[in-house]
Design a protein around this ligand. Structure first.
Ligand SMILES: *Cc1c(COP(=O)(O)O)cnc(C)c1O
Length: 395
């Protein structure tokens, strides 16, 4: 059997070596605690689960759903956007439910990218933006997110010949993995840039509800002209601890929404209806779970930040997202530091280079470790000794 060349473009899994080390340690009976997984440990709120169960008992929900989702779900999504961001959306033409936002992020490249086209992709980033670009036959052009630019892309640095071939600009704030945030002014500049260079903007916004210290992340659609040039991907995964149920949405530009709907209707048959009803409950029911979760994450963020600072990592205290992005101590690469922590104290942090070359010098820690594991992990982390620098100081 000969597999497609398309599959060859999927980069070999970056964490093969790390996973091998974890397996070896565990085989020796040693414990490894992972800060790697960006998947909320707190369960889905009870009211949502109750709705899911009662909807599952309804025979009408056992049948094929429609690709475009229940009208009531699209209305609930539009109403939520209006309450949360003051953005008015037409539930029929500007809202499309997705089987998790990853699904839409993957498929939209096929609606926008032809062979040889360029997509402007942040580096470091969630890998699906570049992977879907490549699978659609396009080429990612990476926009480094630098510390000195507050981890925002320097749009004016993109060469004219690259822009001439570019069709899509990917953005993601609050950002995974850096935890950086962007304001409406940044999105306004991005919209003007996209209009000038004929780009479609895809903004990925799954962390708008995961925020700290009273900060309220914005929607890309709050920027004037945004829906003329782009869509925003959103998700119930991180907002309502619903990663396992697979439901998200694309909202914004009607032409892009229609294209994605047409593409998807040929591949999938929508979201199981019981899950759509659970999502309506999550979006329209009581919202107090969000603040309760954020209180938990914020406390974890502060504990993690303190210990990292103690062992010589400089931390960007995030205002939002589920991640702490920390600078590794001087004299280490991301991979060396991460390997060293794993070998010496049995704690896994993800090397920044796992999200792109500009992640060098950083590691990402996720705040989704439940409290007992977190306490243990932090005590292990604080026992870490910088053997590299000790070694150097002997010479
Ligand atoms: C978690 C995550 C997603 C995926 O969310 P789903 O809706 O569960 O598919 C998308 N983008 C980023 C940056 C994420 O971290």
């Amino acid at each position: 059997m000969k597999l497609s060349q398309r599959l060859d473009q999927l980069a070999p899994y970056l964490f093969v070596e790390i996973n091998k080390k974890i397996a070896e340690k565990r085989a020796r009976g040693e414990e490894v605690i992972s800060f790697g997984i960006g998947d909320p440990d707190i369960p889905t709120p009870d009211n949502v689960i109750e709705k899911l169960c009662s909807a599952a008992r309804e025979p009408a929900n056992h049948r094929y759903p429609e690709t475009e989702g229940l009208p009531a779900l699209r209305q609930a999504m539009a109403a939520w956007y209006h309450r949360r961001f003051g953005v008015t959306l037409d539930p029929n033409s500007e809202v499309l439910p997705l089987i998790g936002s990853k699904e839409g992020i993957g498929h939209i490249s096929f609606c926008l990218i032809d062979t040889g086209d360029v997509a402007l992709v942040p580096d470091p980033a969630y890998p699906v933006y570049s992977v879907s670009t490549k699978l659609a036959g396009g080429e990612p052009y990476y926009l480094p997110l630098k510390e000195e630019n507050a981890f925002l892309p320097a749009l004016d640095d993109i060469p004219a010949e690259v822009l001439a071939r570019s069709k899509v600009l990917w953005l993601n704030y609050p950002n995974n993995p850096t935890g950086a945030t962007a304001d409406v002014d940044f999105f306004k500049r991005a919209v003007e840039f996209a209009a000038k260079h004929n780009l479609a903007i895809c903004h990925d916004n799954p962390y708008s509800e995961v925020a700290y210290d009273g900060y309220k992340p914005v929607s890309f659609l709050q920027a004037d002209g945004a829906r003329g040039v782009g869509v925003e991907f959103h998700s119930l995964s991180k907002s309502y601890n619903m990663t396992g149920w697979r439901i998200g949405m694309a909202v914004g530009n009607a032409g892009m929404i229609d294209a994605l709907k047409r593409f998807k209707s040929n591949l999938d048959s929508g979201i199981p209806q019981a899950i759509q009803y659970a999502a309506i409950e999550a979006l329209s029911g009581p919202q107090d779970a969000i603040a309760a979760h954020n209180t938990i994450y914020q406390r974890r963020r502060d504990l993690v930040t303190d210990v990292l600072n103690d062992i010589g990592c400089q931390v960007y205290t995030p205002k939002a997202s589920l991640y702490v992005w920390a600078k590794v101590p001087p004299g280490h690469t991301s991979l060396e530091f991460s390997t060293d922590l794993l070998e010496q104290v049995g704690v896994l942090v993800i090397p920044g280079t796992g999200y792109g070359p500009s992640g060098e010098g950083f590691v990402r820690l996720s705040l989704t470790l439940h409290d007992a594991a977190l306490v243990k992990a932090l005590s292990k982390l604080s026992s870490w000794q910088d053997s590299h620098n000790r070694f150097k100081s002997k010479h």
